[in-house]
Design a protein around this ligand. Structure first.
Ligand code: BG6
Length: 477
């Protein structure tokens, strides 16, 4: 019987955001454009979503936001640093106003006893580097990322204990044109997905090297879903192992063991999708492995056997917010195909709701890697309604978090080292797929896709609920 009861005393309670999704001020105080400014301008034209120019106006309202975080009782806050705000051209001269913003933000957090947990990269590569050499498809990006990372890690060497490095490499592989700017001429070359990932692995290893030099801890933030077999047929069991190898362990084995997962790598080679690896790359990656795992967990997935002759497909999505409107599932002939799990309910965007799956993830990964874990994203994207009396009754989000926090507690009591819970998101923000229609925040931002209005902050019902949760250190759910 485990002697551990409940959450540890110094457990980190907070929430998360990313730079381009909340800051706005996309062209203010010398900031250069990022690929997300361009991608989101295009999405505005195509789908009518908001662009990133104002977002949640956090750049101007960060003090008000931090006061609200304090009111909720946060002891941590995960945010990301915009590379193009600090190096508008991606390299070269530092933009003093840009770095000053993060000095001010970090100071404000520390003055309020909130542990700042920055992410070095959350999808927003400086546009200048896309123009210069195509961005992440080029190996040149590794040295530029390393220079940016070194600068900020040393700048904040006395302030930061936990750095999260690159956000969601596996999601970048799956949804590469949404997360990276990929010219149309390259979009049929799917090997580039894994080449980009290899460049990110080198970039991430460089960041870990500097993080360790200053005595801090490094953790990659990966979009992570447990993957179940559709049935207990041996073929489906093997397919789910293959899917876990290629979609999950292929990343974690690199971060924590310094090598590519063998079966997944062999599959990619046979399919002509494996990255080009240069001499010395694997030694460099193996020399700079990470210390903790930052988990972005929203849902679980399901896989089944896939015949050899099937057509290869990449992950589909639901853009409409109407259940069942998925455009398709990832299919790797002879290896696995993803499918819906008939046992689970979903969000309006077809993301399976599965708190037990989170418990499974903690348990599985602790056994495999023995590393501390923190939740750096977990949340329910929903249509929120601002009622006529100025309230947001988001009990569906409370239910979702209640169950995921309870799963976290069970994992801790089973002996897993979980050190923090920072759900998505602290404030409403620009969704990567659905603008401001799909909301995640504890704090409502009064704006629409078409009209940023004043971006007034309004406490949702989940705000008050989370305040009680934190106050009771996770006992009062
Ligand atoms: C994660 C990302 O993949 O999921 C976030 O790190 C993102 O940036 C979140 O916002 C939710 O996805 P979406 O598409 O609903 O915004």
């Amino acid at each position: 019987m485990s002697k551990i009861k409940g959450f540890p005393k110094d457990f980190l309670w907070g929430a998360s955001t990313s730079a381009y999704q909340v800051e706005g001020a996309a062209q203010e105080d010398g900031k250069g454009l990022s690929q997300q400014d361009i991608i989101n301008q295009e999405r505005r034209e195509k789908f009518g979503h908001a662009d990133a120019s104002v977002a949640s106006d956090h750049y101007h309202k960060y003090k008000e936001d931090i006061a609200l975080f304090k009111e909720m009782g946060f002891t941590s806050y995960r945010f990301s640093i915009s590379w193009a705000r600090i190096f508008p051209k991606g390299t070269g001269e530092v933009n003093e106003a840009g770095i000053q913003f993060y000095r001010d933000l970090i100071k404000e957090l520390k003055d309020n006893d909130i542990e700042p947990i920055p992410t070095l990269y959350h999808y927003d590569l400086p546009w200048a580097l896309v123009e210069k050499y195509g961005g992440w498809v080029s190996r040149e990006v590794v040295k530029d990322f390393a220079a940016f990372a070194k600068y900020v890690i040393y700048e904040f060497k006395d302030d930061i204990k936990y750095w999260t490095t690159i956000n969601e490499q596996s999601i970048i592989v799956q949804y590469w044109t949404q997360k990276c700017y990929i010219p149309e001429s390259d979009q049929s070359n799917n090997q580039l997905r894994y080449q980009i990932n290899h460049h990110m692995n080198l970039a991430q290893a460089a960041a870990v090297k500097y993080i360790h030099e200053v005595g801090a801890l490094a953790g990659p933030a990966l979009g992570y879903s447990s993957i179940y077999p559709l049935s207990c047929k041996p073929e489906d069991m093997l397919a789910s192992l293959n899917a876990n190898d290629l979609r999950n362990y292929y990343y974690l084995d690199i971060y924590f063991k310094g090598h590519y997962t063998v079966a997944a790598h062999n599959y990619l080679e046979a399919a002509g999708l494996a990255p080009v690896i240069e001499e010395g790359d694997m030694e460099y990656i193996a020399a700079h492995t990470s210390d903790f795992f930052a988990i972005n967990y929203y849902s679980s997935d399901c896989a089944k056997a896939c015949p050899e002759g099937a057509e290869r497909r990449w992950s589909g999505y639901n853009l409409s917010g109407k259940k069942g409107d998925m455009s398709g599932f990832e299919t790797h002939p002879g290896f696995y195909q993803m499918c819906a799990n008939p046992e689970l309910d979903t969000t309006d965007w077809d993301w399976a709701i599965d708190p037990v799956g989170l418990e499974y993830v903690y348990r599985d990964l602790y056994t495999r890697y023995q590393i501390p874990m923190m939740i750096t994203e977990n949340g329910l994207g929903a249509y929120d309604e601002l009622t006529s009396d100025g309230k947001i009754h988001d009990e569906y989000r409370i239910d979702y978090w209640r169950d995921h926090i309870a799963a976290t507690k069970r994992a801790i009591e089973a002996g897993v080292e979980v050190i923090g819970f920072m759900p998505w998101s602290a404030v409403d923000l620009l969704s990567t797929s659905n603008g401001y229609k799909k909301r995640y925040g504890l704090i409502y931002i009064d704006r629409s896709d078409d009209d940023p209005k004043q971006c007034e902050r309004i406490r949702k019902d989940s705000f008050y609920w989370y305040q009680k949760v934190i106050k009771s250190n996770g006992e009062n759910l």
